[in-house]
Design a protein around this ligand. Structure first.
Ligand SMILES: Nc1ncnc2c1ncn2[C@@H]1O[C@H](COP(=O)(O)OP(=O)(O)OP(=O)(O)O)[C@@H](O)[C@H]1O
Ligand SMILES: [Mg+2]
Length: 512
């Protein structure tokens, strides 16, 4: 440890365990302890590294049960007397330092002895731990406690899935932007972002971005996806039966008569019309009429989505080595559900095929799929087709190098099963207590102290946990300084521009 402070910043008091110690910090030291800071101490096993999880300042001259403000003012004159003010912190021990610098986390077996000195961890050692060299380590930010130390994650571990959680404006999209951009730029990796608000489609990253309209070729559509688009209510069993029967006939006729993709929806309607004519029982006739109405609605509302000219091959839609953005901003939640479920299902099937067929067919590279607004598409309360496929990928995807990343501002509305399958988490500012507890329950390695930090985080500051990080860390995520066309122009600016343009004989485009 080269640049270690010579003077200790604190000393262990009270009872210690191999997991944690209480530390009395020197309030007059020039290095001020703060939450998230890494510290070391010596034990019989060697030096160990820990993180400051909480910190409290106090002064016995000013106890919390004082009742008279004048007394408090009088006492405060003595507050700087040596030995009066104190800083007491809790340090969580994470690993023996020496193995950690080699990349191996080894929990201490012995508690550090009270009276042991505490030092800030050296920058060199932190940089070795958090910013290792090597292709699979991708930088996403810096340690909040020392912004000169880079923070990298192990991309291989993203196959164990990820959740990016925060209040609105907490910095989720920025995190997704930096992560996906670097995965593609530095590793030639393949990502797909299901972009509910069209936030990413305007990213100015020429050469790596592949923006797609939400389109599904009817040849690849499943009955469940068709049913979602047709908005069949859960209890419409007769309509479901009719639609299923008609869809099966479509599949048969398609192969037999070589029906073109663009004619499939018309063929489906033709078959349902025939059912209205031919069926004898009034229930089926009525159900078929209902189905026909719903198919007309599909054509009206989702005519652009079910497209006979949409790419048939998955690789044409989700291009390997690109930052693929499926812009769902123009469609409603039902359509978004059907489209996202469709591509998740095909990705899982195609990755399985690739592995089973030894690379002869299937999708040729690992993929990480980001789902924005996961509380809607992978909801805890409403059944969605996306939830079904996200849950399948969360359970099975790792074997086939298919990772899922859930992004949400309402964690408690995200399906708990899928959320707890995401081994890695980037948790930015969260203020709502139920959200905080929910996130804590779905996250290993999250103590009460860390949970309590969440409301105090600024935009872009995050708690990062999971196997992608060497150790849990509090990180300032790098700013993704990618230009976005038009996205950051405010209402007031636009109104003012308009008024200025009206009052001067110039073209509006001059001002914009
Ligand atoms: N790492 C960061 N460094 C500096 N500023 C940041 C960072 N992350 C986010 N911000 C600021 O916060 C703003 C909101 O960030 P972002 O759009 O990523 O939030 P969000 O969580 O995706 O919000 P929403 O829920 O509305 O989608 C950004 O425009 C940026 O100004
Ligand atoms: Mg966002």
């Amino acid at each position: 440890m080269s640049n270690i402070e010579l003077k200790p910043i604190g000393v262990i008091v009270g009872e210690s365990s191999p997991l944690q110690s209480i530390v009395l910090f020197d309030p007059d030291h020039n290095v001020k302890p703060r939450v998230g800071m890494y510290v070391t101490t010596e034990t019989e096993e060697g030096a160990i590294l820990g993180i400051v999880e909480s910190i409290r300042a106090g002064n016995p001259l000013l106890p919390s049960d004082m009742a008279d403000v004048n007394d408090a003012w009088k006492m405060s004159r003595f507050r700087d007397l040596p030995g009066k003010k104190y800083l007491r912190g809790l340090v969580q021990w994470l690993s023996l330092l020496e193995p950690l610098e080699r990349g191996e986390v080894r929990s201490p077996g012995l508690p550090p002895i009270p009276s042991s000195d505490i030092y800030p961890a050296s920058r060199t050692s932190l940089s070795t731990i958090f910013g290792p060299e090597g292709k699979k380590w991708i930088r996403i930010g810096r340690l909040l406690s020392d912004e000169t130390v880079p923070f990298k994650i192990n991309i291989d571990q993203l196959a164990r899935h990820l959740a990016v959680l925060a209040v609105t404006g907490g910095g989720k999209s920025n995190t997704v932007c930096i992560l996906t951009k670097r995965i593609v730029e530095e590793l030639g990796g393949t990502v797909v972002i299901f972009d509910m608000h069209g936030e990413y489609s305007s990213m100015d990253v020429p050469g790596i971005i592949n923006v797609r309209d939400p389109q599904v070729n009817p040849v690849n559509l499943t009955f469940e996806e068709l049913k979602t688009l047709a908005r069949l209510p859960d209890n419409a069993h007769n309509q479901e039966r009719v639609l299923r029967e008609a869809w099966e006939k479509v599949s048969e006729r398609r192969l037999k008569d070589k029906v073109q993709a663009r004619d499939i929806m018309n063929l489906l309607k033709e078959i349902v019309r025939a059912m209205i004519e031919e069926k004898n029982d009034s229930t089926t006739k009525g159900a078929a009429r209902g189905v026909l109405n719903r198919l007309d609605d599909i054509t009206y509302y989702y005519g652009d989505i079910i497209d006979g000219f949409a790419p048939l091959e998955l690789e044409e839609f989700i291009a390997p080595g690109k930052l693929n953005v499926v812009d769902l901003s123009s469609v409603d939640e039902k359509a978004a559900d059907a489209v996202v479920a469709h591509y998740l299902r095909r990705l899982l099937a195609a990755r399985k095929e690739y592995i089973r067929k030894n690379g002869q067919s299937g999708y040729p590279v690992p993929v990480i799929a980001f789902i924005e607004e996961a509380h809607i598409l992978v909801s805890s309360s409403n059944y969605t087709l996306t939830r079904y496929w996200a849950s399948r990928i969360a359970r099975e995807g790792r074997k086939f190098q298919l990772g899922i990343a859930l992004v949400s501002q309402r964690p408690k509305n995200v399906d708990p099963e899928v959320l707890s399958q995401t081994n890695n988490k980037i948790i930015l500012r969260i203020v709502e207590p139920t959200d905080m507890s929910y996130v804590q329950r779905a996250t290993e390695q999250m103590s009460d102290n860390i949970k309590e930090l969440l409301p105090g985080l600024n935009p872009g500051e995050a708690v990062v946990v999971g196997m992608m990080a060497r150790l849990p860390a509090i990180v300032k995520i790098d700013l993704c300084d990618v230009k976005k066309s038009g996205s950051d122009v405010s209402l007031s600016d636009l109104w003012m521009m308009h008024n200025r343009a009206k009052n001067t004989p110039r073209d509006v485009s001059d001002v914009m």
